[in-house]
Design a protein around this ligand. Structure first.
Ligand code: BTN
Length: 269
């Protein structure tokens, strides 16, 4: 949401697609659009997808008035303070492989951040990126399946807290920004270019071998007790492992194991 008394970045300006593409190793794969303000980049890109936009179309905004996260939550998106990016994919992957797009994107964004600043980025299953235990970024993957069971399109939404300006009260304990963590000014176009470089394998339908191992290695939930949140239901379980599909396998105190698919569950620790 815009506002909350926060000041816009004094030098806030529209992102430059040319600068972004010049920082991207695989520029020809992408068609980048940057606009000042929008409801949600993912909602608008979904409309573009239905109108036939091509795979590799990227929509960025300086601010979102209705930025969305997983599980119906909103994503705080004040002007110039973050990166609000959606990428359209038209994969030939099966529906189960599509679920792994979120995991691959989390690794890609973590690598891109670490390539431009000396900070360590962790992942909290399934879609949160953390620095020092606080959230700096989130990923929202949504798609449409056609009547014949094929994936028509996928919208990969990435939101990153960039500047150190204050968060609304309900977020201040759990969220931080790249600039607050690093003490450095972030060149957003450079970071976006690096992210698009890392995401290129998704457009080439080629998940790099071993990325799930990196996803596991970065994950902070493994081998500890967590709270599983599924709708109104909450229970404590031990996070035993993440399987090759990216599902989290948890063990209850009874010894029963449950396989949690990313689409339906959140965790807290
Ligand atoms: C989450 O933290 O649960 C996911 C957050 C995803 C936010 C991004 S910002 C760009 C895109 N547009 C949206 O409305 N949401 C995603």
């Amino acid at each position: 949401m815009i506002g909350f008394g926060s000041k816009p970045r004094p030098f806030a300006r529209s992102l430059s697609p040319d600068l972004i593409l010049s920082a991207c190793k695989r520029a020809s794969l992408y068609d980048v659009h940057a606009i000042p303000i929008i409801s949600s980049t993912s909602d608008v890109l979904r409309d573009w997808a239905r109108d036939g936009a091509r795979s590799g179309t990227v929509l960025l905004a300086e601010a979102q008035t209705a930025g969305r996260g997983r599980m119906g939550r909103s994503f705080y998106s004040p002007r110039g303070a973050g990166i609000y990016l959606s990428l359209l994919l038209r994969p030939e992957f099966s529906a189960s492989e599509v679920l792994r797009i979120t995991h691959y994107a989390a690794v890609a964004v973590a690598r891109a951040i670490e390539s431009i600043m000396p900070i360590k980025v962790d992942i909290k299953w399934v879609n949160d990126l953390l620095c020092g235990g606080k959230k700096v970024a989130g990923i929202l993957t949504e798609g449409e399946i056609s009547a014949d069971g094929r994936v028509s399109y996928v919208i990969l939404g990435i939101g990153i807290n960039v500047t150190g300006q204050s968060f609304p009260e309900e977020l201040s304990e759990i969220a931080t920004s790249l600039e607050a963590v690093s003490g450095q000014t972030v060149k957003r176009e450079l970071l976006i270019g690096r992210i698009l470089s890392e995401l290129a394998p998704l457009l080439e339908e080629d998940f790099p071998r071993g990325f799930m191992d990196e996803y596991r290695a970065r994950n902070v939930v493994l081998e500890r007790d967590i709270t599983v949140i599924r709708g109104e239901e909450r229970y404590v379980a031990y996070a035993a492992r993440i399987d090759e599909d990216g599902a989290l396998v948890v063990r209850l105190s009874t010894g029963e194991e449950r396989v949690l698919s990313s689409g339906e569950v959140s965790v807290r620790f």
